[in-house]
Design a protein around this ligand. Structure first.
Ligand code: DQA
Length: 144
């Protein structure tokens, strides 16, 4: 089974970016934990980060033929990108949305995710563990 992890805008700055909200782990550390958990679960994991909406959509389209599941942290795009939601709905590959922070308990503009509505499910509020939990969920969804 192959799973693509897509990190959205400004997640490349993790570690130093508002650590009181997003924690002190860097993106490289989160990716290493994902690869390690993937090995434990028998999943081949690839991680990518894009700051732009178009770049995220291109990766989702490519996942159509190359991956059995996707884990996506759309960052702030979660709250308004109908274009990413459409891409998720178009690819026929299960997508699990993750957020490091608990978006339901944050500022009003972060409490809605238009992209999560197009996903199989979402996990929010557990820091890097949100991603690791999502890996287990994608495995259960069983791929294409
Ligand atoms: C985030 C939550 C978003 O509201 C924010 O814009 C991010 C990170 C999270 O992982 O908690 O960039 O997606």
């Amino acid at each position: 089974m192959r799973v693509l992890v897509i990190h959205g805008p400004s997640l490349n700055l993790l570690g130093g970016r508002q650590p009181e909200i997003y924690g002190t782990q860097t993106l490289a550390e989160i990716d290493a934990a994902l690869l390690n958990e993937g090995e434990n679960l028998g999943i081949e994991v690839r991680c990518a980060q894009r700051n732009g909406e178009g770049g995220i959509i291109e990766l989702l389209h490519a996942a159509r033929t190359e991956y059995d599941g996707v884990i996506l942290n759309p960052g702030a795009y979660a709250h308004y990108s109908h274009a990413i939601a459409d891409a998720i709905a178009s690819i026929g590959v299960p997508v699990v949305e993750v957020h490091l922070s608990n978006i339901a308990g944050r500022e009003p503009h972060r409490r809605t995710s238009v992209t999560a509505a197009a996903c199989a499910g979402s996990i929010s509020g557990f820091g890097a563990d949100s991603y690791l939990l999502a890996l287990r969920c994608v495995k259960k969804l069983g791929g294409k």
